[in-house]
Design a protein around this ligand. Structure first.
Ligand code: GDP
Ligand code: MN
Length: 384
C-alpha cells in the first residue's frame, strides 16, 4: 500500500519523525485559498499523487499569499502527472531550505534485508546521482535481526560526506526513521529531500511511504487510511472480497484459480491474438459464492467483451465450479458477453456435463486451454 505525501507525513509525525509543519488538504482553489489564509505566511502548494517528479512536472509551487496560493492550486489541480490526475493539493507553510539531502530505507531482495541509502545530493533524481557520481551515494545493508545502531548511523553520515557539525542530527534522524520503518511494517520510507532548514533543523520535506500489504492486519491505523487515488476502484473492491485482481488494458476478462494458472491464461489469450482485460485469481476452494463475486467483478468492467473462466480442479471440484458459474449467472441475469468455461482436473467431466445440460445461452464449455482462449478471443472480436 502506497501513501500520498500528506499521509506519509501524518505517519511520520505519529512516529516522532521530524517533518515540515502540518498543512491542509484542498480539492478546490477556494479551499486552497482558505488553507493558505489559515497558515498565515507563505505556503507551498503540492500536488498529491502517487508518483514522484511532481516538482519537475509543475506540481509544486511556492506562494507568498493566499491569492497566489489559489492561483497555484488552479494550475495544479487537474494536472496530469505521469498518468495520475491531481485531485488534491497539500497546502503547507513554506520551509526555508538551506540544503537538500537524500535518505531512504527499503527492503532489499538481494541481501534479504534492509538497505539505507543516503546522499548529501538530494531533491534531485537519486538514480542520476548514483550513475554519474556513485561515490556521493552511501548504501548500507542492515540485518533486520540486528537492527541499526548509533555507530552504524554515524558511519553512514560520515561516509555520505555530511559536514561534521550536522552529522549527529542526521544520524539521529536516520535512527528515528529506522525505528518507524520497522514499527509500521514499511517496505519503503524515502525522504527526498531531507532538508536542513535555515534555522538548522533536519526535517523530511517529502515523504514516500509503502507499507507491506501482508502486514496490514496488524497495522489497523494504516489500513484505515484514506485510499483515495491509490489505484483502480475495482481493485479496492476485489481486495475487500479477498480476491486477487489486477486491471489490464484489453477486453477479454480472465478468471482462474491459482496465480500461476491465471498468468498462463493471460499468455494463451495473447497467443490466441487477444488482450486480457484483467488478472483475477479466485484462489482455493472456488465455491459458488466466490465464483459469483468474481464474475460480477470482472463483468463490471465495461470494456470486457467476453470472459474466459479457467479452473483446474484439485481440492476445488469441477462439478461445484459448474454449479457456481450457473448460480452466479442466475444472479447476474442476462449477459451480453459469452463466458467460455474451461474445466480440468477433479470432476471436470461432471462439471462440463452440468454446463452442457444447463444449455445456458451465455456459457460455452471447453476442455483445452488454448482452444478455450481462441473461442473467448473470437467472441470478444465478434462483439466489437
Ligand atoms: P517531488 O518533485 O515530487 O519529489 O516533490 P518534493 O516534495 O520533493 O518537492 C520538490 C522540490 O520542491 C524540493 O526538492 C524543493 O526544492 C522544492 N520545495 C518543496 N517544498 C518546498 C518548501 O516548502 N520550500 C521551498 N523553498 N522549496 C520547496
Ligand atoms: Mn521529492
Amino acid at each position: 500500500m502506497d501513501l500520498m505525501e500528506y499521509q506519509g507525513k501524518q505517519l511520520y509525525r505519529r512516529l516522532g519523525i521530524p517533518t515540515t509543519p502540518e498543512g491542509r488538504i484542498a480539492a478546490t482553489p477556494d479551499e486552497a485559498e482558505r488553507a493558505a489564509r489559515e497558515a498565515g505566511g507563505p505556503v507551498v502548494v503540492k500536488a498529491q499523487v502517487l508518483t514522484g517528479g511532481r516538482g519537475k512536472a509543475g506540481g509544486v509551487k511556492l506562494a507568498s499569499d493566499p491569492v497566489r496560493a489559489r492561483e497555484a492550486a488552479e494550475r495544479i489541480l487537474g494536472l496530469d502527472i505521469k498518468g495520475h490526475a491531481v485531485e488534491q493539493v497539500l497546502i503547507e507553510p513554506a520551509s526555508a531550505i538551506a540544503e537538500e539531502y537524500y535518505l531512504s530505507i527499503l527492503h532489499d531482495r538481494v541481501s534479504k534485508g534492509y538497505k539505507v541509502i543516503c546522499s548529501v545530493e538530494g531533491g534531485v533524481d537519486i538514480e542520476e546521482v548514483n550513475r554519474s557520481r556513485p561515490e556521493r551515494v552511501c548504501k548500507r545493508d542492515i540485518d533486520p535481526t540486528k537492527g541499526l545502531d548509533d555507530a552504524t548511523a554515524t558511519q553512514i553520515v560520515t561516509q555520505a560526506g555530511f559536514a561534521e557539525e550536522i552529522r549527529p542530527d542526521v544520524a539521529a534522524f536516520i535512527l528515528g526513521l529506522y525505528s518507524g520503518f520497522v514499527a509500521c511494517d514499511a517496505t519503503l520510507f524515502e525522504v527526498n529531500p531531507l532538508v536542513l532548514t535555515q534555522d538548522s533543523q533536519i526535517v523530511a520535506l517529502d515523504a514516500k511511504v509503502s507499507i507491506d500489504d501482508n502486514a496490514l492486519f496488524r497495522q489497523p491505523d494504516l489500513a484505515g487510511m484514506n485510499r483515495r487515488g491509490s489505484g483502480d476502484s475495482l481493485e479496492a473492491r476485489a481486495k475487500a472480497q479477498g480476491l486477487q485482481y489486477v486491471k489490464l488494458e484489453g477486453d477479454v476478462g480472465v478468471l482462474g484459480n491459482g496465480a500461476g494458472l491465471v498468468m498462463a491464461t493471460l499468455d494463451v489469450v495473447a497467443q490466441a491474438g487477444g488482450r486480457p482485460a484483467n488478472f483475477l485469481d479466485v484462489g482455493g476452494g472456488a465455491d459458488a459464492g466466490k465464483m459469483a463475486a468474481s464474475l460480477a467483478l470482472v463483468l463490471s468492467d465495461k470494456r470486457v467483451r467476453s470472459v474466459l473462466v479457467n479452473i483446474f480442479g484439485g481440492i476445488t471440484r469441477g462439478d461445484l465450479v459448474a454449479e457456481g458459474v450457473l448460480g452466479a449467472l442466475g444472479k447476474l441475469g442476462d449477459l451480453p458477453q459469452k463466458l467460455v468455461v474451461r474445466l480440468d482436473g477433479t470432476n471436470a467431466d461432471q462439471g462440463r456435463r452440468i454446463l452442457r445440460e444447463a444449455a445456458h445461452p451465455s456459457i460455452v464449455p471447453a476442455e483445452k486451454m488454448l482452444d478455450a482462449a481462441r473461442q473467448a478471443v473470437a467472441f470478444a472480436k465478434e462483439s466489437q
